[in-house]
Design a binder for this molecule. Structure first.
Ligand code: ADE
Length: 224
């Protein structure tokens, strides 16, 4: 999978890709991530990429021309399955979207900044808009890193234990059940007996019950 990220803050977004799971995925050749500094497509000596909004109001808006130049260049080199715009005014990212995106070959992620991008960018180029939650970040860079993490870990071969992504919370619309490791007793707090029983059908049954119970308590909306 190839991901091209368009941003005005490339340094802000790079470090998650230089560590841990995403680094390993890139080293294994399972994911390729390229960063494009929008300023390189900006106007004049100052490489201007934004301007005041028509109609007045605080905050700058990213202009269409630099973004169009960058996207057109990328599209002249390969076909993209999705052009994603990270923005708080969109549907919230969920596991189903991450699953679908993990099957794509080439995607562009455009990150907003300031007041966001000129609406015509969204109308002309963007095929999918994603928010990572109902709060406003300073820019879409961290949101793009979150999306990439959620997607890249699902690419077959990225996680050492192939089954572990499948048992994550949300993979089946339920939160994860509680987990325990050694010691089996800590200051009188005991690990549930069933987990020490070696009876795997019973353990599975317990885990399912716990997952359901947790979901009902914390996120009943997931059961609707
Ligand atoms: N940019 C700013 N806030 C965001 C959010 N919550 N999700 C995605 N992109 C954003």
């Amino acid at each position: 999978m190839r991901i091209d990220i368009i941003t005005v803050e490339p340094d802000l977004i790079k470090s998650p890709f230089e560590n841990s799971m995403m680094k390993r995925a890139i080293e294994k050749g399972l994911a390729e991530v390229h960063f494009h500094n929008l300023r390189e497509y900006g106007f004049g000596n100052y490489r201007q990429v934004d301007d005041y909004q028509f109609g007045g109001g605080a905050g700058m808006v990213l202009m269409i021309e630099p973004i169009a130049k960058c996207i057109n260049k990328l599209q002249s080199e390969r076909t993209y399955d999705e052009i994603i715009y990270m923005t708080p005014d969109a549907k919230t990212l969920n596991q189903a979207t991450a699953n679908t995106l993990s099957l794509q070959e080439n995607i562009i992620i455009l990150t907003g900044h300031y007041k966001g991008v000129d609406q015509r960018v969204r109308d002309k180029f963007v095929t999918k808009e994603i928010s990572i939650g109902d709060y406003v970040l300073t820019g879409g860079e961290l949101a793009a890193a979150v999306l990439c993490d959620a997607v890249i870990r699902l690419i077959p071969g990225v996680l050492g234990d192939e089954t572990s992504a499948l048992t994550d919370s949300f993979q089946d619309n339920l939160l994860s059940p509680p987990v325990y490791t050694r010691p089996s007793e800590y200051e009188g707090m005991k690990v549930p007996e069933v987990l020490l029983s070696g009876n795997f059908p019973k353990i599975e049954e317990w885990r399912s019950e716990q997952a359901y119970k947790r979901t009902k308590e914390i996120r009943p909306d997931l059961l609707d």
